[in-house]
Design a protein around this ligand. Structure first.
Ligand code: SF4
Length: 707
């Protein structure tokens, strides 16, 4: 900390939270850190309440500054030395792997980790632990859009164009996206778009803050977005708005899609989704006749057991209208977590190696193994997606030890009570975090790690723009960086009794700049090629867009102008059919339940629930009910209710809102304990992406009669 009277210190960096990665300046004066907004292309000087208050956690009284070990006698977590904590971890890993093999240890990462950490974590799992079991919480965030983008375009970058293009679109269709609450500075682009005379259309089962900005709001029944997409394409075909020349020259597979949407008469889609035919027609017209049109999806479309197909439905529509690659037009996904994009590019996904390479691709294995200095045949194969991994923990066939970095699955995973019980069944649970999350509270060992303002690194925002996160200050005494933790563990695992100076330590450098240099080599030639992205180059501009294979060559703000990233350069249509949700309503569970976020909280709330201003703004979980439903249940605004599904229950005050459908209830997922929305959610997953069905399950709501 700066001492009283010493000069203030400032650093230009980015917000620790969402994928917009707003520019901010951190200023430290007389030991106090304040946040100042900074001009950056994504936020243009704006910040939301979360960003404004981000510095409060740096010196928070609940900050962890010493390792914690669970006392076998009392069962409580007790402060311990780093040596004791690391010894406990290494002894535990050795015991588990000795008895059950390398795959008996698993690693769970996070979409908030820097690129360097995501890369090092993937390498640590495969090289130091030799386990195939690594995945991360981004699987719960954008994996359906990633899979749909890959199969249609041959590459997955959330936005294949700069965010600024949104402001110039004549028609902008947002499907299951609520940026007015999740990414408020993005609203400036929407405002600009509308001031230019553009049309904003929002598809969402709730009247969200974003839906209130729209010219047209389609309010479908949860789980019916794909029917809406197919009906929109049906109308575009009927009205002659399909771009035949584009379809013929730039795509393959359209005839099968044309046949598949032939039966999606608008009236059929209305019967299923509740969206009036007139609104479907108006939407199709606005898209089909616009010079520049953009379609964006987010979690509302993606977090379903048919999430990949639902996104594909909107990708098909975009391709049929000739949007991707056309100036000012296209399809994109609004990534949620701060490094949700970079987090999925550098090898912390079960099926991928750095550079967004497939782990089952022999050439990719050979290249990455060469960079890592190991024989390709010693690299483990693909693991399993996040929920499948969590649900297998502690079972006879599953891992018996888990290392968690930057994630809180006890709150964020579906069917969370079962996940919690799986974690309790482990022989060893290790959590690296800077606050005692609900997951850390279950751990055998908790490692206190550095925060975003205490270490350098890079992040890749929702546009695929690689940014520099810069350290303002050193971590406090007792705290280590994640990179230092991985290096220590690798050294101890490789050389019993030797905690440094050996080959393993060299393989896991602690300096993020050195790690990034290695990441560049590992990614070279892959779809997400960072070979030409240097920290100096990022510093000299407002970031660098991947792919950027050559330090002296151009980066790639826009994709698909001439060709797609498929072998023949053409985009792929895929016919997709609506199917019901994995769990449908019935007399016992007659209501649809859906989850989401609120403005003042972020993800599992580990951080934002501890910030005073955010806690005041959003102090607790709630259950949003339509007044007509509340009437039927005899529930008044603010009264406690119980939401019950086949998997568990959530208790929270009712919040009455005419903006939700009477057949649907909503709860935000930021809280643990009795208000945990994921106690209720369904663990059915998409067969392609592994995305759980957070956005729909069947529940009943009961009034809680308090004694
Ligand atoms: Fe910007 Fe997101 Fe941070 Fe808010 S949370 S300031 S929108 S990066």
């Amino acid at each position: 900390a700066t001492r009283p009277g010493s000069a203030p210190r400032e650093v230009a960096t980015h917000c620790p939270y969402c994928a917009l990665q707003c520019g901010m300046t951190l200023r430290e004066e007389t030991g106090r850190v304040t946040v100042l907004p900074r001009q950056f292309p994504t936020n243009r000087g704006g910040l939301c309440q979360k960003g404004w208050t981000a510095a409060e956690l740096l010196d928070h009284p609940q900050r962890l500054t010493t390792p914690l070990l669970r006392d076998p006698t009392t069962g409580e977590l007790r402060p311990a030395s780093w040596a004791a904590a690391l010894d406990r971890i290494v002894t535990g890993i050795r015991a588990v792997q000795h008895g059950h093999g390398p795959d008996a240890v698993a690693v769970f990462g996070g979409g908030g980790l820097t690129n360097e950490k995501a890369y090092a974590l993937g390498k640590f799992a495969r090289v130091a632990l030799r386990t195939r079991h690594i995945d991360y919480n981004g699987r719960f965030c954008m994996s359906s859009a990633a899979a749909a983008g890959l199969r249609a375009f041959g590459v997955d970058r959330g936005l294949p164009f700069p965010l600024a293009d949104l402001g110039r679109a004549d028609t902008l269709l947002l499907v299951g996206a609520n940026p007015a609450e999740t990414m408020p500075p993005l609203v400036r682009w929407l405002t600009e778009q509308r001031e230019r005379g553009g049309r904003l259309i929002v598809v969402d089962p709730r009247v969200t803050a974003t839906a209130r900005l729209a010219d047209l709001h389609l309010q479908p029944l949860p789980g019916t977005d794909l029917a809406v997409a197919n009906a929109l394409l049906h109308i575009a075909l009927t009205e002659g708005w399909v771009d035949r020349a584009y379809v013929d020259t730039r795509t393959t597979g359209f005839p099968a899609v044309r046949r598949s949407v032939a039966g999606w008469w608008p009236a059929r889609a209305e019967a299923l989704s509740g969206v009036p035919v007139a609104d479907l027609e108006a939407t199709a017209r606005a898209l089909g006749t616009a010079e520049r049109a953009i379609i964006l999806t987010a979690r509302g479309a993606e977090q379903h057991a048919k999430g990949v197909d639902t996104v594909t439905g909107f990708v098909n529509l975009a391709l049929a209208l000739g949007l991707p690659g056309r100036p000012g037009s296209g399809y994109g996904c609004l990534t949620g977590q701060g490094n949700g994009q970079g987090g999925r590019e550098h090898g912390q996904k079960a099926d991928q190696l750095p550079g967004y390479r497939r782990i089952d691709d022999p050439a990719a294995r050979e290249h990455v193994a060469g960079v890592w200095g190991v024989p390709p045949d010693e690299l483990p194969g693909p693991g399993v997606p996040a929920y499948q991994l969590l649900d297998s923990l502690g079972t006879p066939a599953g891992p018996r030890a888990l290392l968690v970095f930057g994630s809180n699955p006890v709150v964020s995973a579906p069917r969370a009570a079962q996940v919690e019980s799986r974690l309790r069944d482990l022989d060893l649970l290790v959590v690296a975090d800077f606050l005692l999350s609900e997951t850390a509270a279950l751990a055998d060992v908790v490692l206190p790690t550095a925060q975003w303002a205490e270490e350098d690194g890079t992040m890749t925002n929702l546009e695929g723009r690689v940014l520099r996160r810069r350290a303002l200050r050193e971590p406090p005494p007792g705290v280590r960086t994640d990179l230092a933790v991985l290096a220590e563990l690798a050294a101890r695992l490789a050389a019993p009794g030797d905690d440094g100076g050996n080959e393993a330590t060299d393989r896991f450098p602690t300096d993020p700049r050195t790690v990034f240099a290695e990441l560049r080599r590992a990614s070279a030639g892959g779809p997400a090629d960072y070979a030409g992205v240097s920290w100096e180059r990022i510093d000299a501009a407002d970031g660098v867009w991947w792919p950027c294979p050559d330090e002296d060559g151009p980066d790639t703000p826009r994709f698909f102008a001439d060709r797609f990233a498929t072998p023949d350069g053409r985009a792929r249509f895929h016919p997709v059919e609506h199917r019901p949700a994995a769990e449908e309503v019935c007399p016992e569970y007659p209501l649809h339940f859906t989850t989401g976020r609120v403005l003042a909280q972020y993800q599992s709330g580990t951080q934002t629930r501890r910030v005073a201003a955010l806690r005041r703004a959003a102090p607790s979980a709630f259950v949003e009910l339509h007044p007509d439903l509340a009437d039927r249940l005899g529930v008044a605004d603010g009264e406690p209710v119980r939401v019950v599904s086949r998997r568990g229950e959530l208790r929270a005050p009712a919040r009455l809102s005419p903006g939700i459908r009477p057949d649907t209830v909503f709860a935000p997922f930021h809280w643990g304990g009795a208000g945990r929305a994921n106690s209720v959610t369904n663990d059915a997953v998409d067969p392609v992406s592994g995305m759980p069905e957070f956005k729909i399950c069947a529940v009943r709501v009961e009034r809680v009669v308090e004694p």
